[in-house]
Design a protein around this ligand. Structure first.
Ligand SMILES: Nc1ncnc2c1ncn2[C@@H]1O[C@H](COP(=O)(O)OP(=O)(O)OP(=O)(O)O)[C@@H](O)[C@H]1O
Length: 248
């Protein structure tokens, strides 16, 4: 197992958002976390990446106990995360974004100033990564001019620049139109090779198309786990979603 949690819990002022979760993610799998709004998916994600510290329980990543470790240490173990909320520099080009991400993976990234010559070294690799996410043609435009789906693709390129063993995707298709959703599914299929992917995803056709394994959360707990076909026909899952809708 590349990711394992045991009894993982997170409470906010007495409210338990993640409740004794035992999650096991197999190496090479695309593992989806689904569940109705407020089920605890994002909180669990934040616990896996170190953005939140658990109230109880343990997390291990690639055999290392990372319980309570800061995000930087977890990232150094080969874990990269693509954020739901884009955090790009409007005026930097796509090429510059990826070059800086690549630079960040080296010791040079800690220097305040780096020569153009050094940046040039990353030029080719950045081009390859942009090509991988379908943005090669737009390499010289400022990120601020990109459409929403393209910004998400750029974010993925920035995560891939870290060459992660584990890629965590937080609602990669949120806010996308059908065409971008389909493109993103194809993209994830391409970049999953040699990696483990954990994704939080609301769109069930995306989950169906990508996930080897699905964990359904409800009220912070694991409700059901299995393949997509197993969980989609499970009466508890149907109930959880219908219950969520009627309450909304
Ligand atoms: N920082 C926080 N302080 C207090 N409560 C929080 C905090 N973060 C999350 N919660 C609560 O924990 C519960 C789980 O939230 P979380 O965002 O993890 O759910 P989710 O499954 O990701 O939902 P969604 O699908 O709507 O994104 C919610 O009831 C939320 O209000």
């Amino acid at each position: 197992m590349v990711i394992e949690t045991s009894g993982l819990s997170k409470s906010f002022r007495g409210f338990t958002a993640v409740d004794r979760v035992d999650l096991a993610v197999e190496e090479g799998h695309v593992h989806a976390l689904v569940g109705p709004n407020g089920a605890g998916k994002t909180t669990l994600f934040n616990l896996l990446t170190g953005f939140l510290k658990p109230t109880a329980g343990r997390v291990s990543m690639a055999g290392h106990d990372i319980t309570g470790s800061p995000p930087e240490r977890i990232a150094r173990l080969g874990v990269a995360r693509s954020f739901q909320i884009t955090n790009l520099f409007e005026h930097l080009t796509l090429q510059q974004h990826v070059e800086l991400a690549l630079l960040g993976t080296t010791k040079l990234g800690h220097r305040f100033w780096v020569s153009d010559r050094v940046l040039t070294k990353f030029h080719d690799r950045a081009g390859e990564l942009l090509d991988e996410v379908g943005l090669a043609k737009l390499r010289d435009v400022p990120a601020g001019t990109l459409a929403y789906g393209q910004k998400r693709a750029l974010e993925l390129a920035l995560a891939l620049a870290l060459d992660p063993k584990v890629l965590l995707l937080d609602e990669p298709t949120a806010g996308m139109g059908l065409e971008d959703v389909e493109r993103t599914v194809e993209l994830v299929k391409r970049v999953r090779t040699g990696r483990t992917v954990v994704l939080v995803e609301h769109n069930m056709s995306v989950v169906a198309g990508l996930a080897d394994r699905v964990t359904v959360l409800q009220f912070g707990r694991i409700l059901v786990e299995g393949t997509y076909d197993e969980v989609r026909n499970d009466s508890r899952v149907i109930e959880a979603y219908l219950g969520g809708e009627s309450a909304a």
